[in-house]
Design a protein around this ligand. Structure first.
Ligand SMILES: [Zn+2]
Length: 190
């Protein structure tokens, strides 16, 4: 089932880890952004076998994807053509190595997403082919070099909260969750 929704978004708005992007704020109602003059989004119900909550939806445009649970925005991703930045320091198409230089240590979270240690509530994607092509051994020097040079093609912003409920924002080091002690960050030697 697909329906169309028009949302007021700003493709030059700052990307704020744990808070929002494109002018959309996590935790706010989708209805707050509905605007007949806004960008066109296609709303999809996740497939029944999906792990997403039953009442969650994904709304996609060419530049922004919005994830909701009920009426509430839970995650925003920005991709092709988005112009905004993280703290004026990081944009789409920048290399992963630049994240490490500009924003701090890069590693993986417990779901193998690329994340920055000092920025809970944000992960970034590079083309999937970089992880698997050329037969490189994962975590070898050559593999790490390939990841370091990979260009960011999508950035996700989500609530910086552990499954245990602990807030992971504004911590200088969120290697371990302060609530349950779970490892939420493992550095990559880029
Ligand atoms: Zn926890």
């Amino acid at each position: 089932m697909i329906e169309e929704v028009h949302l007021r978004v700003h493709l030059g708005a700052p990307i704020i880890p744990g808070e929002g992007a494109a002018g959309l704020r996590l935790g706010h109602k989708l209805a707050d952004y509905v605007d007949r003059n806004g960008d066109q989004f296609r709303a999809e119900k996740p497939k029944p076998e999906s792990c997403h909550a039953r009442n969650s939806r994904v709304l996609r445009s060419d530049h922004v994807t919005v994830y909701t649970n009920g009426e509430i925005i839970t995650q925003v991703s920005i991709h092709s053509g988005y112009r905004g930045s993280v703290r004026d320091r990081l944009r789409l198409e920048d290399a992963v190595g630049r994240v490490a230089t500009e924003l701090g240590c890069v590693g993986e979270d417990d779901e193998d997403n690329l994340v920055c240690a000092s920025m809970a509530g944000m992960c970034f994607e590079i083309p999937a082919s970089l992880f698997v092509s050329a037969g490189l051994i994962p975590y070898s020097r050559a593999w790490l070099d390939r990841i370091r040079d990979g260009r960011i093609c999508e950035i996700f912003v989500f609530t910086a909260r552990c499954d245990c409920g602990s807030d992971l924002r504004n911590r200088p080091d969120h290697v371990h969750c302060p609530g349950c002690g779970r490892t939420v960050f493992e550095a990559l030697d880029l």
